[in-house]
Design a protein around this ligand. Structure first.
Ligand SMILES: [Fe+2]
Ligand SMILES: [Fe+2]
Length: 306
């Protein structure tokens, strides 16, 4: 018996919840350039999300629409459809921040053009004949998404608990965007992994695609933070370094480097299941009080009553 069979992933059933997209909207006119006050580095490191997620989450949706016919489990199909709805909304919500950044003097298009190329061309469909090659490329991308979702859930859990940002007076609209998104990432954190396990589940593929996803995320993130720091019109000599990231984590305004590193062996453990990480209850509690999510729920009720 292989090690994989001896220690299978252990889902925590109580962490599962039905998924739905909440049609949120945010108004950005009062959000300052440095929405973490006096901390351009923390602001711009988190702002990298607005560069990566519009194209990245659109790509999730694109890949998952192709994976739907492979699903032989009704419950998982429902989860994947709920996931697609949530990710499509996230992508759009982050995209809507970009014109505001441009108005403040930070034109993101030189960077987003590269990110669009990465997701649409490099990670796009490629011209493959129907059959094994096409299936291999689909499974590879499904596994990559599972690895990335390990980090979106990690970041979601972090932002829900990042009280230091409130203490420092971070912009409430940006915090709500990040926490609404983070809460939905925690809510749906098992879907990508469950889909990967259902259609393939090979440990070698999990490990290989984790390495690719982790390397790419570190590379894109540090480039994005440097891009914003160098182009910030209010900074004379904006720089970004790993040391700044480390100290931001120590101050509580960025994810702690130690926690990020500790999350690596958890994803690579053969008994890993995303439901073991984060709290669905905490995510639901945030969504019940989020200004954007409660406004979306009220609008939905009104539309239903009309
Ligand atoms: Fe998302
Ligand atoms: Fe997600």
């Amino acid at each position: 018996m292989s090690n994989t069979q001896a220690r299978p992933p252990r889902p925590v059933e109580s962490e599962r919840t039905a998924l739905k997209a909440r049609k949120v909207s945010f108004s950005w006119q009062d959000t300052p350039l440095h929405w973490v006050p006096d901390d351009p580095f923390a602001t711009h490191t988190i702002n990298v999300l607005h560069l990566l997620l519009p194209a990245g989450e659109r790509w999730f949706v694109h890949v998952y629409r192709q994976a739907l016919p492979l699903i032989r489990d009704e419950r998982l199909r429902e989860d994947v459809i709920g996931f697609i709805g949530q990710e499509a909304t996230h992508s759009q919500a982050h995209d809507e921040v970009l014109p505001h950044l441009a108005e403040l003097g930070l034109d993101p298009t030189p960077y987003t053009a590269q990110v669009d190329w990465l997701f649409e061309k490099l990670l796009g469909d490629r011209t493959l004949p129907p059959g094994r090659a096409r299936r291999w490329w689909l499974l590879e991308r499904v596994a990559l998404i599972a690895a990335i979702e390990h980090y979106t859930a990690f970041l979601g859990d972090w932002i829900l608990n990042a009280d230091e940002l409130d203490r420092r007076g971070a912009d409430p609209v940006m915090l709500d965007l990040l926490r609404w998104h983070g809460a939905e990432e925690v809510e749906h954190r098992s879907v990508a992994f469950d889909l990967f396990q259902h259609v393939d589940g090979s440990y070698r593929r999990r490990a290989r695609t984790w390495a690719t996803a982790f390397t790419a995320l570190v590379f894109l993130w540090q480039r994005g933070a440097r891009f914003f720091m160098e182009n910030d019109p209010t900074l004379l000599d904006g720089r970004a370094s790993l040391k700044d990231f480390y100290t931001g984590g120590k101050r509580g305004v960025l994810p702690p480097t130690g926690d990020l590193l500790k999350s690596v062996p958890r994803y690579l453990s053969r008994s890993y299941h995303p439901s073991q990480e984060g709290s669905t209850e905490q995510a639901a509690a945030y969504l019940a009080s989020s200004p954007a999510a409660t406004a979306a729920a009220a609008a939905e009720r009104e539309a239903g009553a009309a």
